[in-house]
Design a protein around this ligand. Structure first.
Ligand code: DGL
Length: 283
């Protein structure tokens, strides 16, 4: 058996890399739905259907567990699939398959609180607001998941979300460094103007953006801490596997990279991030 890692494209590689470091002997199958990327500008129903199809492909490849290394799929599709599709799929496959997202671990990392914690609403005056900027796809931004879930837990944190409609596509298309840096600077300037000052912390709330994290670091106020989704997701998976011994992550250290798009060598931006050649097989 194996663990599946799913994204619309190459962004989930940022999560895959941390999972591979943390679970060197696990068998990992990565699926990029590049035929349909990016997801961030699509209507919700399409995102749900594409995510379901991606999870199914990974179950067919022998994965018991799929990690959605994609904020858009996690924000829009995960709860729906867990409630309406997975129970029946488990019965059909007669295996304990499951799908996990990365928003819960990111919110836990951002709040410093376990997911189960909900703050008592006491209406106390908050003396100092911790301003958290989230850069995300339009679909993730529209879901308001970061504002809602953080506000439930921490009233001293104010969340501002900046939708970045073109960034994931530019990264998929191997856009040049100058063009990418300009786009990032524009988004940082926009959110800073909206807040009225520089944010105290930031979440790169689309896994594609982690590939160009240095550009965000350069555009944000020097030293702005970034909450690191790949680390948070790897830590959450470790806890999950401990609590669920029925999930078999495999033990051969197998690495497979599948795409629904054009197979073959990935482009320069990805290989630079990957620090070596990376080739995808047809899904
Ligand atoms: N990497 C994805 C995310 O984390 C999806 C980007 C997209 O397909 O628009 O949101």
């Amino acid at each position: 058996m194996a663990i599946g890692v799913f994204d619309s494209g190459v962004g989930g590689l940022t999560v895959h890399r941390k999972l591979a470091e943390r679970f060197p002997s696990a068998d990992l199958v990565y699926l990029a739905d590049q035929a349909n990327a990016p997801y961030g500008g699509r209507p919700g129903e399409e995102i749900v259907e594409l995510t379901r199809a991606g999870c199914d492909r990974l179950f067919d490849q022998g994965c018991d567990l799929v990690v959605l290394a994609c904020n858009t799929a996690s924000a829009i599709a995960l709860r729906r699939l867990q409630q309406t599709w997975l129970p029946q799929r488990r019965r059909e496959l007669a295996r304990p398959v499951n799908v996990l997202g990365l928003i819960v671990p990111t919110i836990e990392a951002a709040t410093g609180l376990p997911w189960e914690h909900e703050a008592e609403r006491r209406g106390d005056k908050v003396e100092k607001l911790d301003i958290l900027a989230v850069f995300a796809t339009p679909a993730t931004a529209r879901s308001r998941v970061y504002e809602i879930e953080i506000d439930k837990r921490r009233q001293d944190v104010a969340v501002f979300v900046e939708p970045c409609p073109d960034l994931a596509r530019m990264i998929e298309d191997n856009a040049g460094a100058v063009e990418l840096a300009q786009a990032v600077e524009t988004h940082v300037a926009q959110i800073t103007a909206r807040i009225g000052r520089a944010p105290d912390r930031a979440i790169l709330g689309c896994t594609h953006y982690e590939i160009i994290a240095d550009m965000f670091r350069a555009a944000l106020k020097p030293g702005t801490p970034l909450i690191h989704q790949p680390d948070a997701t790897a830590a959450a998976l470790a806890g999950y596997l401990e609590r669920h011994p029925e999930i078999d992550p495999g033990s051969d250290g197998l690495r497979r990279f599948l795409t629904t798009g054009r197979p073959g060598a990935q482009h320069d931006l990805v290989q630079t991030f990957w620090e070596g050649p990376l080739s995808f097989e047809p899904a």
